[in-house]
Design a protein around this ligand. Sequence first.
Ligand code: SAH
Ligand code: SF4
Ligand code: F3S
Length: 433
Amino acid sequence: MKVFIETYGCQMNVADSELIMALLEKNDITCTDDINAANILIFNTCSVRQHAEARVLGRISNEMARKKTNPHLKIGVIGCMAQRLGEKLGKINPAIDFVVGVDQYAKLPEIIRQIVEREDFLVETGINSNQMYQGIYPVHQGNFNAFVTIMRGCNNFCSYCIVPYTRGRERSRPLPEILTEIRILGENGFKDITLLGQNVNSYNYNEINFAELLRKVNQIDTIRRIRFVTSHPKDLSEEVIEVMAESEKVCEHLHLGLQSGDDEILHRMNRGYKSSDFLKLVRDLRDAIPEIAITTDIIAGFPGETEQQFQHTVDLMQEINFDYAFTFKFSPREGTAAASLPDQLPREIRQERLQRLINLQEEITNRKYQSQIGRIKEIYVERLSKKSDNEVSGKSRDFKITVFPGNEILMGKFVKVKIIQATGWTLKGIMLD
Ligand code: SAH
Ligand code: SF4
Ligand code: F3S
């Protein structure tokens, strides 16, 4: 039995796939990264936008053909789309053999054993808002960087978002497990750690809040860099900003979803802050951490968004100058409050506004990256450059990909690099030491 897992969606899913590998291996089920060698294919799916679901359903249809040459091949769907659609997936594509939701992964070994033995369609999608997969340490993929889950679920119910429905209620992972996992990761050469949750700022385990958690992670001597995603503007406290500023391992980088720059739209999104609150946060962050890079998420064409309201988003983006913005056009998700709001905008308007946001951010990002020329940055070398044999690439503390002459000896090292050029989202430099 060999299992191949293909992962879609956010880092939460990436981390879950790594958790599942640990669960399977503990039960003597082997994982492979070669799809041709596998007799069980698992798709870990995302529901955040219609497009995300359509894409993975298309992928499953493509891989279905393998069943003709390999009649014993089984296909499973897990993750957020599995949670959302459950047994309906069997009707959408009868080639799917099993569907497992986000709180039922502990049953996967058993389900896989059953499914190889008989022709059946198995579904396990019960929500269990206490499930934290305690005692399971994920099999981290790759080198150097690792995601560490600190929370599961979300209680925020932003009106456009499916996540609170697919991932259930918010819960925090026990502190001792987080610290142990990170220490071991560091010993194994993963020096750059990203703490994960849908709203990490509301971490709470036995009265230990997120700021305190950051302090404790900062004391782990086996690692060099700490990042975290995602922060919700309404919960990012002064205390967290202080800890970021004073903890030398916490990187000068924050992802903070703006979503819209218009107060009325923010209200209808149920985001719990105004544009002025967001601006104040950005100022406080930049005062406390002058070198900080701030990235964001923005939605274009929320129901009822007028041209003027959209313009407020454009204005705010111009005022803030994000280092990068992930921009999306609103996608109505069945069962969420925003999907049944009046004045849903036609696709063309949403698309056209999205394009304007993309163009604007490209300009801003270009300017930001150009302004890095001449600076000296610490780069954590992660790979050989894709484009050239005698160049390596890595990230700066403020999350900018940087390429410079070097070879594999530098892999996993922290080096000082002087930036001499910026092209698109990539910086180029020369090593100093
Ligand atoms: N918990 C994170 C977001 C996770 S979803 C946070 O609050 O920052 C990632 C991003 O997808 C969101 O920030 C939002 O910009 C986008 N998104 C979520 N639902 C969407 C929808 N229905 N249509 C378009 N974009 C959406
Ligand atoms: Fe979705 Fe809002 Fe929760 Fe983020 S905070 S996952 S956008 S409901
Ligand atoms: Fe997608 Fe689920 Fe993440 S809906 S964005 S994979 S939490």
